[in-house]
Design a protein around this ligand. Structure first.
Ligand SMILES: *Cc1c(COP(=O)(O)O)cnc(C)c1O
Length: 400
């Protein structure tokens, strides 16, 4: 079939809730993907950081194949032999006492919100159903009704109300605003250490640390959504660690499934996650043996292949080299590790056309918001590949 035929069928039969680049991928390996005509592209999106380990990582593939031939789904009505080991290994690598497995990131965020509310009523003794959770403008926490209820992006919200109450919004990166928004009914602060979907927005230095101190002082839970920033992407296992912060609750997803399978989890300690009792929360697929086996392999690859350290190193180099590209269109290059945003000037005419120009040169990147090109390749990228991409990016950033 021709590329255009795939596109036509997709447009006819699928809901148009995405605006993809017109590349039809049929294969991937490491940092590379191949379209149906065999053309090769460098993947600079990594499925929104879900493929940190690289496409079709052989060790994760082997774990998937092996487990798929044994048992894939038991439901949590019964126990399975993979979940306990997943719990233990995740706890050892993350430093949290416990976790709760879900599937998508949005579900894990919802789970974190539920446990924060329960903690508010059971432990903090906030009057029933008065709990408030503080969120930040420009956030992205998923697409469920509740997570869009505190989105500040009209595109994500308009026409989808009525919204879930109990959320307060403050500007991102402003610890004073968070402190001012706290009252006796505040259960938690939910934020991303770096806003990925918001345009790779890095808060002022010290922000996370200050927020953590404010939360502690006021007996408010700090919930970090590290679904995109976690598992090595920013050059630390968790982005909060750049400021030595250990949030009360950390939410992970995306790369936890190594790009093979949706796996997410809420990480916390017994005094919080231990509040859930049987029947209060669940998921048919959450914690299934296939997911657990894949996630175990995905975590093992991150550790064994030193992906955290490699992201820090390659990221520093990539950011430095991008910053040196002379271009009339670039307003700012910013990033941490391999989560990099190139913000364009207003006059540049939007990031989309630059992404399309990159595509024709064999680089896949996606605009985030109107004016930011995100460069977030798999963490296994090497210097040689970055050096291959740089002149092409330079050419594109200098298009009329
Ligand atoms: C992708 C993402 C989510 C949502 O994850 P899904 O698996 O798409 O539901 C939530 N928070 C952040 C920060 C994300 O990047």
């Amino acid at each position: 079939m021709k590329i255009q035929e795939y596109i036509d069928i997709e447009e006819q039969y699928g809901a148009h809730n995405y605006h993809p680049l017109d590349v039809v991928i049929s294969r991937g390996e490491g940092v590379w993907v191949y379209d149906v005509d065999g053309r090769k592209y460098l993947d600079c999106l990594s499925a929104y950081s879900a493929v940190n380990q690289g496409h079709v990582h052989p060790k994760i593939l082997a774990a998937l194949v092996e487990q798929a031939g044994k048992i894939t789904l038991t439901s949590r009505a019964f126990r399975n032999d993979q979940l306990p080991l997943f719990y233990k290994e995740l706890s050892e690598i993350s430093g949290y006492e416990m976790s709760l497995p879900m599937n998508s990131g949005a579900e894990a965020v919802e789970t974190a919100l539920k446990i924060a509310r329960k903690w508010a009523y059971q432990v903090k003794q906030i009057p029933r159903y008065q709990a408030e959770i503080i969120t930040c403008a420009g956030n992205f926490h998923g697409r469920t009704i509740s997570t869009i209820s505190f989105s500040t992006e009209p595109l994500y919200r308009d026409d989808f109300g009525p919204f879930t109450p109990g959320f307060v919004s403050v500007p991102y990166g402003n610890a004073d605003a968070i402190e001012k928004a706290i009252n006796g009914n505040t259960a938690a602060v939910l934020l991303e250490p770096i806003q990925g979907e918001g345009g790779v927005i890095i808060p002022p230095k010290g922000f996370m640390k200050e927020v953590a101190e404010i939360c502690k002082k006021n007996n408010v839970l700090l919930i970090a959504d590290e679904i995109q920033t976690g598992l090595g992407r920013t050059g630390k296992l968790f982005a909060a660690q750049h400021e030595g912060v250990r949030p009360d609750v950390t939410v992970i997803g995306k790369a936890l499934g190594g790009g093979f399978y949706p796996v997410s989890a809420v990480l916390s300690d017994k005094k919080i996650l231990g509040l859930f009792t049987p029947g209060e929360h669940g998921s048919t697929f959450g914690g299934n043996p296939l997911a657990a086996a894949i996630a175990r392999a995905a975590l093992k690859v991150i550790v064994e292949e030193h992906l955290v350290e490699r992201a820090a190193e390659s990221g520093e180099y990539f950011i430095e080299q991008l910053s040196e590209i002379p271009s009339p269109h670039v307003k700012e290059v910013r990033g941490k590790g391999l989560l990099i945003g190139v913000e364009l000037n207003e006059k540049a005419g939007g990031a989309r056309r630059f992404c399309e120009a990159l595509q024709t040169r064999g680089i896949l990147a996606k605009e985030t918001h109107e004016r930011v090109i995100r460069f977030a390749p798999p963490l296994v990228i090497d210097k040689e590949t970055i050096d291959w991409a740089l002149p092409l990016i330079r050419e594109v950033l200098n298009l009329q």
